[in-house]
Design a protein around this ligand. Structure first.
Ligand SMILES: Cc1ncc(C[n+]2csc(CCOP(=O)(O)OP(=O)(O)O)c2C)c(N)n1
Length: 351
């Protein structure tokens, strides 16, 4: 999406429709992945089985964070996301076909099917994510440093969960980003749970946004899982970064509608009974319909277009070739690295 600099209350009808459409596309994609993931796991729910093997972390409920932040970015800006990456990947404009193919482990995927859903990587849109929590923060700094050295006003966004916000890599990144005045926006997606650990059991700090002042940057908390409030906070943080005013931290109180991973029974979440009424997408839909920004025809059109794109991507993934086991060791080392290693070995043998 194109970068905008909207302030609260100044979003156009088109901006608001786009925020809604981005969230709908993300949810539609994940609902399809959920369907395919569970289709053939067998009676004992074996995560090694089926068309989409391995773990699956879905972001349903957290769409306002990605839509609100990425509305300010172009694909020349970098995003490093988490092990729960789909909503950010989609909001940042990654190709749905290659994304689905990667998740299905097919050769047409972003990483030739070797990374899977936690390791979506696309140099064209400057997007990456990782199964290692807080791992994306240092590379975001590297991207921001490069952008600053090259000139221009591109920025990097580093997304972490509130659990990952306790990791050393995250804090070292905040420190260096402020010290070097780098164009970075740190986003904490606070869904209150790090697997089964509530925020109150992982940090003594009531609000992670307060930590920003310890590093010399502004920090803001966005309450209510509200896409327009995220958009407003991100607008200011992105403006600062582009203007050379340095990094900012945004903590968004959001909501994970599903388990930490698919198959998680969530016995640790007593509040779950209330969750359906918290779904941010129907809530925003009602707001926009009441404001006269969306009609029910618009809703059907947006959902229909999302479904069409998503089902095309799922079909593309299913029709794509599986990797050939003979290629297993390809693409692990760059050829030059192998050459260097060979000559180092030769030299060692000669010595
Ligand atoms: C460095 C590291 N330690 C532990 C894990 C195991 N792990 C995977 S997800 C997770 C919890 C992450 O919680 P949070 O950062 O709040 O993100 P959420 O899953 O809620 O989106 C942990 C501890 C990991 N992947 N990487």
């Amino acid at each position: 999406m194109t970068a905008t600099t909207s302030n609260p209350g100044t979003l156009s009808a088109q901006d608001r429709q786009e925020l809604y459409a981005t969230m709908v596309l993300s949810r539609t994609f994940e609902d399809a992945i959920l369907r395919e993931y569970h289709a053939d796991k067998g009676p004992g729910f074996d995560i090694g089985k089926g068309l989409v093997p391995g773990e699956m972390h879905l972001s349903s409920g957290q769409e306002p964070v990605a839509a609100g932040v990425c509305a300010h970015l172009t694909t020349d800006d970098a995003v490093t996301a988490t092990h729960r990456p789909h909503h950010f990947a989609i909001a940042h404009g990654m190709d749905l076909n290659k994304m689905a193919a990667e998740i299905f482990g097919r050769t047409t995927g972003f990483g030739k099917g070797r990374g899977g859903h936690m390791h979506l990587f696309d140099p064209d849109t400057h997007f990456s994510c990782s199964g290692i929590i807080a791992e994306g923060a240092p590379p975001a700094l590297g991207m921001a440093f490069a952008f600053k050295r090259k000139g221009g006003n591109h920025i990097a966004v580093s997304v972490v969960g509130e659990g990952a916000a306790n990791q050393g890599a995250f804090h070292e990144s905040l420190n260096l980003a402020a010290l070097w005045n780098l164009p970075v926006v740190f986003v904490i997606e606070d869904n209150e749970w790090a697997i089964s650990v509530p925020r109150s059991k992982s940090t003594a700090v009531a609000s992670n946004a307060d930590r920003a002042s310890g590093y010399g940057m502004p920090g803001v908390t966005v309450e209510g899982n509200d896409v327009e409030a995220v958009h407003a906070a991100a607008g200011e943080a992105v403006r600062r970064a582009r203007a050379g005013e340095g990094p900012s931290l945004i903590e968004v109180r959001t909501l994970r509608l599903l388990g930490h991973f698919e198959g998680d029974a969530q016995g640790y979440r007593p509040e779950l009974v209330e969750v359906p009424s918290w779904d941010p997408i129907p809530r925003y839909e009602t707001v926009l319909i009441d404001a006269g920004v969306l009609t029910s025809d618009d809703v059907s059109r947006i959902k229909g277009q999302a479904s069409e794109r998503v089902e095309t991507a799922i079909t593309f993934a299913k029709d794509s070739p599986e990797p050939d086991p003979a290629d297993l060791l390809d693409n692990i080392f760059a050829d030059s690295a192998l050459d260097n290693a060979d000559s180092a070995l030769d030299n060692a043998e000669e010595d």
